[in-house]
Ligand binder design. Structure first.
Ligand code: THU
Length: 141
């Protein structure tokens, strides 16, 4: 296989979860001490990662999922195909309501959320399962 062909190999679920775990190391969570990491792949096979970033005002906190999505969108991504989320609790980490709304805005038709636990086990969710009948404007591209 050529180097080029190799580069275009789709990233595996396990690799995306590994990148989410790596991003979790950067979590800024001095208030909750709850560290979360996320990694996504867009429709052009580009990967973006994020961690939660807390704030003394609490309300200004940004979740790991949104950090990764906003990084991606700010670099031109519009269609997210897969998003892996990891935190340190035993049950797989699922996104909050605000993040589900953001996911609805940028989810590709085949979107999957991989909600992982620290050992790498994960549950798969479609966008519809995360937020049924999500609010999006008819003008959404
Ligand atoms: N948090 C995330 O980053 N993602 C989630 O899916 C749930 C919650 C963060 C926000 C806050 O920094 C900490 O976890 C505790 O709620």
């Amino acid at each position: 296989m050529t180097a080029d062909a190799k580069k275009k190999m789709p990233i595996t679920d396990a690799e995306l979860i590994r990148l989410a775990n790596q991003a979790k190391e950067m979590a800024y969570a001095p208030y909750s001490r709850f560290h979360v990491g996320a990694a996504l792949i867009d429709d052009q096979d580009r990967v973006f990662t994020g961690c939660n970033i807390e704030n003394a005002s609490y309300g200004a906190t940004n979740c790991a999922e949104r950090t990764a999505i906003f990084k991606a969108v700010s670099e031109g991504a519009r269609q997210i195909r897969k998003l892996a989320v990891v935190c340190d609790q035993e049950t797989p980490c699922v996104p909050c309501g605000i993040c589900r709304q953001i996911i609805a805005e940028f989810a590709a038709a085949d979107f999957e959320l991989l909600a992982a636990d620290p050992s790498g086990h994960f549950k798969r969710y479609s966008q519809e399962a995360l937020l049924p009948d999500a609010f999006v404007l008819p003008t959404k591209p």
